[in-house]
Design a binder for this molecule. Sequence first.
Ligand SMILES: [Mg+2]
Length: 172
Amino acid sequence: MNKFIPKMYVKSIYDIDYKKLKKSGIKCIMFDLDNTLALIDEAEPPKKVLQFLKKLQREFDIYIISNNYKKRIEKFCQPFDCDFVFFSLKPSTLGLRRVKRKKNYQKSEMCIVGDQLVTDILAGNRFKVYTVLVDPLGEKDLKITSLNRYLENKILKKTARQGTLERGKYYE
Ligand SMILES: [Mg+2]
């Protein structure tokens, strides 16, 4: 069960304590795309997100790591010239391994941020990197994600009972 527990849980990408990440030695932040940075039908980054990510790029190496298709990710990343991994097959660690190789990062220098326990957080914990859970931006998900949400709700029931993780109860 603890494979599903993120290291940090905040409402959105704006609530992450990036100074804390920096202090703890994080150099590389991998963001999930759909419902973490933008809604699934937003082809390009909304202005606020774009400005925010551009600013973050001055402090960290930023990557988009998504299970979605190349065209979608490529188009989204272009406005801020961001490196990405598409079809990353989270919860497999494939995409994370690819990012690690790019600059030969230590795992302790890597962080993954996403809205899903059964893909983003599980992949991150399996790979033993820093994991940050955010609340999903929208209700609408990719079809495959509907199944994930079903599983996630079952997990959340258990973790809530254990007192380890509950939606809306944020911690750093
Ligand atoms: Mg997502």
